[in-house]
Design a binder for this molecule. Sequence first.
Ligand code: SF4
Ligand code: SF4
Length: 250
Amino acid sequence: MNKPKVGIIGLTGCSGDQLVILNCEDQLLDLVGAIDIRDFLTATSANDTESRLDVAFVEGSVVSQKDEDLLRRVRERCTILVALGTCAVWGGIPTMDRDQDRPALLRAVYGDLNWEYDTCPAKALHEVVKVDLNLPGCPIEKDQFLATVANLLNGNLPLLPDYAVCTECKMKENNCLLIEKKQVCLGPVSVAGCQARCPSLNIPCVGCRGPCTDANLKSAAATYAENGVAMEDVIRKMKTFAPVPVSEQP
Ligand code: SF4
Ligand code: SF4
C-alpha cells in the first residue's frame, strides 16, 4: 500500500509546533515508515512543493498576502488540512492587535515606510480556507499529534478533548488556584488536552490552547465573580491567544 503523502507547512509563527514533531524522537522512525513526508521545509531542503498531498499540517497564522497565497495553494493540493497549533486554529498571539489602531501600530513597528511591507491583520486558517481538523496548543501536544497521525492512517479523524482544562486539573487532584488563591486562572474557559500542565505546577492557566467551546460559561462567570476575579481580566487574558468570538465570551 502506498504511504499517505504528507506536508508540514509553516506560515508566520515560531515553528514551535514543527519542532514538537521533530522532537518525537522515539517515534520518528515509525513516523517516516508510515507516512511519506513530501514537504517539510523546517526539516529538509529537498522539498516537493507541488505534488498532491493526502494530509497537510499547517502551522502559523496568516499575516501577509504571501501567507494567504501559500495557504490557498496548500488547500488546493491537499485532501485533509489540519490547523497545527493555536496560531493556526485561532490566530494566536498575532491576533492580539485586533482591537488596536492598526495604522499606528504599523508606523510604530515599520516606521513611515510601513506601507511597503506585505502585512495584513492576522487571521486564523479557518478565516481564509476550509479546515478539516484543529489541533490547538502553544505548542501542540506531542501525544495528540501522534494520535492524530495514527487516526488519519486508519481513515478516522481523532476525537480531541472539547472540555475545559479544569476537568483535567480536577482529575489530577490539584488545589484550585482560582478558588483557593483567587488567581486569574483560565482553566474554566480553555480547552483541555495539556493535562492541566500549568496549574499542576502551581501556575494559573493563561489559555494557550484557546477557548473551550463546550465550557459552561454561565457557571464560569459566576465562579470568577464569587472569587473576586473581574471578567474584563479574564477576557483580556483570553485575547492573548485567541480573538474571543462574542458568542464564546463568558
Ligand atoms: S481554575 Fe485553574 S486551578 Fe482551578 S481547577 Fe480550573 S484549571 Fe485548575
Ligand atoms: S494549562 Fe493552560 S496555559 Fe498551560 S499548557 Fe494548558 S492550556 Fe496552556
